[in-house]
Design a protein around this ligand. Structure first.
Ligand code: FNR
Length: 341
């Protein structure tokens, strides 16, 4: 059942047509006409989770557990290695329950090697023991815990009782000797959830906001006899989540800006709004499935080139300069941010 579902998620993601808006279009950053350095001097490198990476983008959790998923993971891992960026594997529950599924995840570390950053992934209903198994399975540098009540609730076989999540997160943060990243899956984090996670000891939050992959639609495509389309607009847009998180940002809280990141401009804006790093799932998966490794690699190298162009046009020689950029907000983003009571 779980294996079949994994396959359907990929297929349905590719069939999905609804386009959400992460509201990056409502962020304005000024053009700067007098950059005072050369293109070749631009440094997109940074340190994340104690390791050097070449660019502030990670490949976010997608899959694992089937032969098809293993092929995808092999390609994603090769991309992560070649572009020197982090990668998270998809939910490992399937491999915690069935040893046959382990290789489809373990292959990611095998390809990336010991130098790269690889993140394990479980859902918030699993405890410390399962967290350790997931981490050991791939020699992970950190563990992602995903919060996906929206997705579970429209899945016929999905979970209905989320009471153990806080305890699980606290136990894992205290008992695991590695950083813990708590993430959404495309519905975004509210100010209260960000604060609660911080209070539970979580120091890296992946906002995974609305505007990209839409799990209401992806799941609904599995049950065509039911119509959940009226829910497809539900969620906290990514740019709004970033503004909320920025407002309460503590110095020791690392933010991953994700959900609807489709290109260089989204990345630049997410970093300017306060993300320490961006993450992408759906858009990269699209390129990979439609054109294989080469097509996805070309997409990433174009994205990185465009990012450098934008860095030059905002006078940012290094990633830290992007965090210091000023910006304006307008339209829906401004209304939603300023209208909050
Ligand atoms: C996902 N995502 C996901 N997240 C997670 O924590 N564990 C998982 O197993 C999966 N599985 C998965 C499958 C597929 C096909 C997609 C497209 C996505 C969610 C993903 O990590 C991310 O949070 C969201 O997709 C939002 O980012 P994008 O896709 O808008 O860049």
């Amino acid at each position: 059942m779980r294996k079949y579902r994994k396959q359907e998620h990929i297929e349905n993601y590719l069939r999905a047509t609804y386009q959400g808006d992460p509201l990056f279009k409502d962020v304005f950053i000024e053009h700067y006409s007098m950059p005072d350095f050369a293109y070749d001097d631009i440094d997109t490198g940074m340190t994340f989770m104690g390791k050097d990476i070449a660019f502030p983008l990670m490949i976010n959790a997608i899959t694992g557990g089937t032969d098809f998923a293993e092929t995808i993971n092999r390609n994603l891992a090769q991309l992560a290695k070649d572009f020197k960026i982090p990668m998270a594997v998809g939910s490992q529950t399937i491999a915690i329950e069935d040893d046959d599924a382990i290789e489809s995840f373990a292959v990611v570390r095998e390809i990336i090697g010991p130098q790269g950053l690889v993140f394990a992934n479980i859902n918030g209903l699993l405890g410390l023991e399962e967290a350790k198994k997931a981490v050991d399975m791939i020699g992970a540098d950190a563990l992602q815990i995903h919060l996906n009540p929206g997705q579970e609730l429209i899945m016929e076989e999905g979970d209905r009782d989320f009471r153990s999540i806080r305890k699980n997160i606290r136990d894992i943060v205290q008992g695991l000797d590695l950083p813990v990243i708590v993430k959404e899956v495309g519905f975004g984090m509210s100010p209260k959830v960000i604060q609660d996670l911080y209070d539970l000891g979580v120091r890296t939050i992946d906002l995974a906001g609305f505007g990209g992959t839409n799990f209401f639609e992806v799941e609904n495509l599995r049950y065509p006899e039911e119509d959940f389309s009226e829910l497809f607009n539900w969620g906290n847009p990514t740019a709004l989540c970033l503004l909320w998180a920025r407002e309460m940002k503590k110095d020791d809280l690392t933010l991953v800006g994700s959900g609807g990141i489709r290109g260089a401009e989204d990345c630049l804006k997410a970093l300017a709004l306060g993300a320490d790093i961006c993450a992408m799932s759906g858009e990269l998966l699209n390129y990979l499935i439609h054109g294989g490794y080469d097509y996805a690699a070309e997409f990433l190298s174009q994205l990185m080139h465009k990012m450098k162009i934008l860095m030059m046009l905002t006078n940012c020689k290094k990633i830290q300069d992007i965090h210091d950029l000023s910006f304006s907000i307008k339209g829906d983003l401004k209304d939603l941010y300023e209208g909050r009571q």
